[in-house]
Design a protein around this ligand. Structure first.
Ligand code: ASP
Length: 338
């Protein structure tokens, strides 16, 4: 029997048309589906238009709306396809991975680099592949399908602004490939049993600070007035600078005294942090309230903090939740014993 899939359209280039001031989402869910008539032979599709925005304008409030929409319709469908702009798709994929946990059904994000109306578009193939993935019995949870790859929601990153192979899976294998209408599975994991867990709160008062050599550490104290958690994109495997006149560690201690977490991650695209390697890292790691990203992507670190903070303000509990792997965001060997 044909599977029943719900398309949740949110905008992005896939739904865009040229205007005098540049591309803007204008096509509705029905228009998009009409461009790929073969989809009707693959599965039964219902569609709804949740928003129609450039994903630059996608906020955590929108992630909550998407998660709520999936929750509301979860029992009626075998899988979900969410069309979305590519620019922030990896943040939404990470956000939804925390808002919807242990889903035995696939929830697939897709989009395109070129509008579905262009001659030379990746949109039709990506859309077809997304539906193919959404009705596959071996795929589950929040996933991103793009340019023939199935990428875990907590591992996706936009790596190219223009080419069709825009997304990569960071420090984790792609789950499957899509070739000529077929899915080749690389990894088969056990499907979660039972109902998924839905969450409905996020705290977006998170700041990401990218270190540059010579940065004045007083910025950390200023940010304390505005944000509930700080992510520092440090250098290499991770460390905090100590310049002649100032020490970042003192500013970091001000955050722990205020009971707010700091996560140290790296600016290097692959292989994550390890604060134990150098003295500049180890002295930071020993500070209460300082956590490290290990091999989590920046998108997952940000979304995980947004998900954790409404649940607790206690630094020990924040640590506990942060190091508890969710949807393979953190690999078991990375998660410290706590
Ligand atoms: N600016 C667009 C968006 O993210 C880019 C795209 O979809 O490829 O909505």
């Amino acid at each position: 029997m044909m599977k029943k899939i719900l398309l949740i359209a949110t905008g992005g280039t896939i739904a865009s048309r040229p205007t005098e001031d540049g591309l803007t989402p204008q096509l509705c869910a029905g228009d998009i589906l009409d461009c790929v008539p073969q989809l009707r032979e693959l599965c039964r599709i219902d569609a709804l238009q949740l928003m129609n925005i450039d994903s630059t304008n996608m906020s955590p409030a929108c992630w909550l709306k998407i998660a709520e929409c999936v929750r509301e319709h979860y029992g009626e469908y075998d899988g979900f396809v969410i069309t979305h702009g590519t620019d922030t798709m990896s943040y939404t994929a990470a956000g939804l991975s925390y808002l919807i946990q242990n889903s035995p059904k696939p929830i697939i994000l897709t989009g395109s680099q070129k509008s579905i109306y262009s001659q030379d578009t990746d949109a039709r193939r990506n859309l077809y592949d997304a539906f193919l993935a959404a009705q596959d019995d071996n795929l589950f949870g929040v996933l991103l399908v793009f340019d023939g790859k199935v990428i875990l929601g907590t591992r996706a990153r936009k790596m190219r602004t223009k080419s069709m192979n825009a997304f990569s899976s960071i420090d984790f294998p792609e789950l499957a490939l899509l070739r000529e209408g077929r899915i080749l599975h690389y990894i088969r994991a056990d499907k979660p049993a039972g109902d998924p867990l839905f969450y409905d709160r996020l705290n977006s008062r998170i700041f990401v600070l990218r270190l540059i050599p010579g940065m004045d550490s007083s910025i950390l104290r200023s940010l304390l007035g505005w944000f509930d958690a700080l992510v520092i994109e440090s250098f290499g495997v991770g460390g905090l600078p100590r310049y002649e006149q100032e020490d970042f560690l003192a500013a970091v201690r001000a955050w722990s005294s205020a009971g707010r977490p700091i996560v140290i991650t790296t600016q290097v695209p692959h292989e994550g942090s390890d604060l134990t390697v150098y003295q500049v890292g180890a002295r930071a790691a020993d500070t209460p309230g300082v956590l490290q990203a290990h091999m989590m992507t920046l998108e997952s670190v940000v979304a995980k903090l947004m998900w954790i903070l409404p649940q607790t303000g206690n630094l020990d509990e924040i640590k506990q939740l942060f190091y508890q792997p969710v949807a393979s965001d953190l690999l078991r060997f990375d998660a410290p014993d706590i």
